[in-house]
Design a protein around this ligand. Sequence first.
Ligand SMILES: [Zn+2]
Length: 439
Amino acid sequence: MRTPPVATAFLALVSYVAAQGPVFDPGSLIPGTSMYRCGTPSQFNSATADIADCGLNSTNPGPWVPTTVVRIPVVVHVIANTSGTGNLSDALVQSQITVLNEDFRALAGSPAATGFDTKIEFFLATTDPSGNPTNGIRRYSNNSWFSDTGAYWTSMAWDTTRYMNIYTNSAGGGGVLGYVPDLPQGNSVLNTTADRVVILYSAFGRPATGGAPYNQGRTCTHEVGHYLGLYHTFQGGCGTSSCYTTGDRICDTQPEQTARFGCPVGATSCATPDPIRNFMDYTDDTCMTGFSPEQGARMRCTLANFRPNLSVPGGPLASATVRTGTGNLNIYTCPPPVLGTTIQAQANVQGTTWALGSVYWYLQPANVAFPPYTILVNINSPLVYQTPFVAPFFGLFMFWSVTIPNDPFLAGLTVSTQGVLLNATGLGLTNAVDLRLGN
Ligand SMILES: [Zn+2]
């Protein structure tokens, strides 16, 4: 049965409403240009329940002072047009992750060194939603997606409860530097495929291809601030003395009447100096230096209450990823190696003719030795180490164990392991298991 035209129109309207794009607020227009600084909405549904300590209407930062490091896996969807515009390099994508980490952790020696350490980190996802290895970067060539039209994310998004999805394209058709469709507290896109961060391709990374003054990666820092529940510092103008319930719902950012552009040192409004150095104002990338402690607390509260499955505990994580090559026996298993513990692995050779076996460790990088638990077996290939013994089979299983030193220097090291099997007629390989050493 054919769909009546009226129903088609209705569906199109529903689709449009769900496909929330940027807001073109006059106050966001960059002086002297036709470009908007930020397309994140500033009007929110005040009827939304003001839950937790970081609702739409108020902040209670006290319980949320960051004490532990959390890490957020990121997938970056690089959308180019069919002419190749917007096809950002892997290195530029990585540079943006570096900027995020500098800015959110106020890393010493970085432009954000004087900011507040939110103890929030970001990393390009290493595992996709299906559990397969990934570099966390997806690439597309599509003119309408590049134009930021259509609900492209419905087919592209990775589980938005577990990954921060960043899209680079001509945000808002080239009209804005970046936006998120809503604060998580607004609850219009949370837990849907539309939950995302969109950044103008030419303002992404360091140095971004669009040149100054928005080429130091701070557009993404600003939008991720929204993604984690922050308002603009000029939200609500001067607000009132109830700074946790008016303005930006934060007390340790100075109130300001309107957004500031450029880097107007000494600017004042609301009888106080304006927070031109704050990431949540509209100043130039090189003018910004940090978040405030209460902004950090509000973001940590937002993570805990609105994005509870997004971040993972800080520190490198132990993980084990199985690879099975063509013809390799899928018989070798090894648990994730936690620093300071002994891991035990096994090969199950039931029904095979293998009589001896050994497991080899291929260290990456090569400059980390593993004494006294390993034996160098090939002097010409210092990457290859062997477990301490060649295990004779006792029936159906071959077991071995290795103690992982509790050495922080080993954390994050990737080790590829694979068993070599022997019998009277030759050699065979098991499947391989890639191990990431950690806590
Ligand atoms: Zn903004």
